[in-house]
Ligand binder design. Structure first.
Ligand code: NAD
Length: 307
């Protein structure tokens, strides 16, 4: 096998670098490389390994003269200009399934944090304020899952065990897994109207942006919650801000922001609200998921190399 030069341009588990080295890739590890430097350096590489920080734009791909494979060490290829890559005959591999368990566990954590105000009350305790706020139970409530794929299904299994009724909206239906959790597919409108807590777990594709805008927020039950571990683009930010301020949405917890890190006014205002919980895109940031990501990514890279 010819040795392929691989640029790893985002922070990854050491195991990834070890696996690449021991499988005859010549690795350059530049986890903090900026967009301009990436454009300068990319031309000598055959393989580019990214997480979500690196934006593989048309401009980057124009300079990538030798690039054969882009490996997304994670799930979701929305930080890659997929159509430009395809035009240039560059293959894309991902680590599908590697973080299913980690992201669904985080979703449950965010849900309970919202309904019992755990981070808020912890902050008060640290300020020496003994604030006995009343929360709500999840038991016997309706959970609406938008995007019933790997993560949606794993989350639904736990929700079912916790005594919630599960409904889901997806553009693709998998009756077998749905029957297994005793839930049902509904329209987006039904999901919005019936859910006490909504979990956004879909993959962002061309049609997905602003799936939840002012109109859709208006259809939601007053006082319901949203947990978002997929992508912020699904939600219109300024409309969400309004819905959170007027109590239509009781709370919003997300592992994703519109800019990562956040950098505009309405986004920062959303984050500052007391009924909002934000984690910095750490869904896959567990020991186990990062090891799986390394393993799956390198396995898929080797398969593509050998094709
Ligand atoms: P998956 O492919 O198994 O499932 C995605 C589901 O979304 C599919 O069933 C698909 O049909 C559905 N879908 C796509 N577009 C839709 C739309 N417009 N409306 C409704 N449903 C739609 O993927 P997965 O492994 O479950 O991951 C889902 C998403 O979670 C990823 O695409 C990624 O954005 C996000 N994710 C986040 C983290 C994190 O760190 N927070 C980690 C991994 C994945």
């Amino acid at each position: 096998n010819a040795i392929l030069r691989a640029l790893v341009s985002d922070p990854v588990d050491n195991l990834m670098i070890e696996e690449l080295n021991s499988n005859h890739f010549e690795v350059s590890y530049e986890p903090t490389i900026d967009a301009e430097t990436l454009k300068d350096k990319v031309k000598i590489f055959d393989v580019l390994v990214v997480r979500s920080r690196t934006k593989v734009t048309h401009e980057v791909l124009e300079k990538a003269e030798r690039l054969k494979i882009i490996a997304r060490a994670g799930i979701g290829t929305d930080n890659i200009d997929v159509s430009s890559a395809k035009e240039k005959g560059i293959h894309i591999v991902t680590a599908a399934g590697s973080s299913t368990q980690s992201v669904s566990e985080l979703s449950i954590g965010l849900a309970l944090s919202l309904t019992r105000k755990i981070p808020f009350l912890d902050r008060k305790s640290k300020e020496n304020i003994w604030k006995k706020d009343t929360g709500t139970e999840l038991y016997e409530k309706t959970a609406g899952i938008i995007g019933f794929g790997r993560i949606g299904y794993a989350t639904a299994k736990v929700l079912k065990a916790m005594g919630l009724k599960v409904i889901a909206y997806d553009i693709y239906h998998n009756q077998k897994t749905m029957e297994e959790i005793g839930g049902s597919y509904v329209s987006l409108k039904d999901l919005l109207e019936k859910s006490d807590i909504i979990f956004l777990q879909a993959t962002l594709t061309d049609g997905g942006a602003k799936l939840i805008s002012k109109n859709e927020l208006g259809m939601m039950k007053r006082g319901s919650y949203i947990v978002n571990t997929s992508r912020s683009e699904f939600i219109d930010g300024p409309s969400l801000l309004q819905a959170l301020k007027d109590g239509k949405v009781a709370g919003y917890a997300a592992d994703v922001t519109w800019n990562e890190p956040p950098n505009n006014e309405w986004e920062n205002e959303i984050i500052s609200l007391e009924n909002v919980i934000i984690t910095p895109h750490i869904g896959a940031q567990t020991v186990e998921a990062q090891k799986r990501v390394a393993k799956y990514t390198v396995e898929n890279l080797i398969k593509k190399r050998e094709e």
